[in-house]
Ligand binder design. Structure first.
Ligand SMILES: O=c1[nH]c(=O)c2[nH]c(=O)[nH]c2[nH]1
Length: 301
């Protein structure tokens, strides 16, 4: 043999499952995009084409939909845990399951008549996408959750000055600028053992998001790096179930427009929102004594 098989995994990606839970007239919606990736004793299907160990990707898709009915969707994390456990424990050749889930949020539309009792109309929130990745190898769990596309802006309390200047530097120092970013963040839970008590995944998400947003709002910023560190620190200090946070924050630059040619003064009022290029500020914030495990490049997660 001149070649050998390296790391391999397979499954059905992007199963779009919408679960409606009916509580009388009041309906609840969970809207998920679930990707299943399995690995284990899969040499033969690659070397000889024997499918003897292959649970079809079509079956993994069906399992996602069947589990939405059978187990319900309490939280993205809990749903991922049910699926990962099922694949690893029910299929001998499968040693590891990785379940990635994106969750899209919906808000209720209130009818014009509050008494009308209509509780089944929703508008998709233009907010963030919630994310989780659950990995199980038959003994240890790894749960990394997070979000992307959460756009935030401070219209003051942001300065940037005192930086290195060389012959190519043209940026003007400022002590009052707009600070805006589209948060992509991931946090790793220290729950790894079935015997240990599980976090309350829903409460954890809501509180972590709140810590992050409050730190963004509360921090008088001398750089996006400083604000980002405060956001991570607030999460680690406030949430004992989380040991590691990773952020990727594009600095969404807002440049003051020169209105002098029109005889107008721009008193920090009119900005050009540039879409590219953008500064890209990234870091991991860790609980002291813990190891970093979230990939540096979040697009790889
Ligand atoms: O918050 C910032 N951090 C930087 O590293 C940087 N660099 C830059 O040009 N503008 C900014 N802003």
């Amino acid at each position: 043999m001149t070649t050998i098989l390296g790391q391999n995994q397979y499954g059905k990606a992007e199963n779009r499952v919408v679960k409606i839970t009916r509580d009388g007239d009041t309906h609840h919606i969970k809207d998920l995009n679930v990707s299943v990736s399995l690995s284990g004793d899969m040499d033969e299907v690659h070397y000889s084409g024997s499918n003897a160990n292959v649970l079809p990707t079509d079956t993994t898709k069906n399992t996602v939909f069947a589990f939405a009915k059978e187990r319900g969707v309490e939280s993205a994390e809990q749903f991922g845990i049910h699926l990962a456990r099922h694949f690893v424990t029910s299929q001998e050749p499968i040693h590891r399951a990785r379940i990635r889930i994106e969750e899209y949020a919906w808000e209720r539309i209130e009818g014009s008549d509050a008494q009308s009792g209509k509780k089944h109309s929703f508008v998709r929130s233009g907010q963030e996408v919630r994310l989780t990745q659950v990995t199980y190898d038959g003994s240890a769990w790894e749960v990394v959750s997070g979000l992307k596309d959460l756009t935030v802006l401070n219209s003051t309390d942001s300065e940037f000055w005192g930086y290195v200047k060389d012959k190519y530097t043209t940026l003007q120092e400022t002590n009052d600028r707009i600070l805006a970013t589209e948060v992509s963040g991931r946090w790793r839970f220290n729950w790894t053992d079935d015997a240990a008590e599980m976090p309350d995944w829903e409460a954890s998400y809501q509180e972590t998001r709140k810590h992050m947003l409050q730190a963004f709002a509360d921090t008088y910023s001398l750089s996006l790096q400083q604000t980002m560190y405060e956001m991570g620190k607030r999460i680690i200090d406030g949430r004992s179930e989380i040991d590691e946070v990773r952020f990727s924050l594009p600095n969404k630059h807002h440049f003051l427009v020169d209105l002098e040619p029109f005889g107008l003064k721009n008193d920090n009022e009119v900005y050009f929102a540039a879409d590219r290029p953008y500064g890209l500020i990234e870091a991991t914030i860790l609980r002291d004594g813990c190891k970093a495990r979230i990939p540096v490049d979040l697009t790889n997660l």
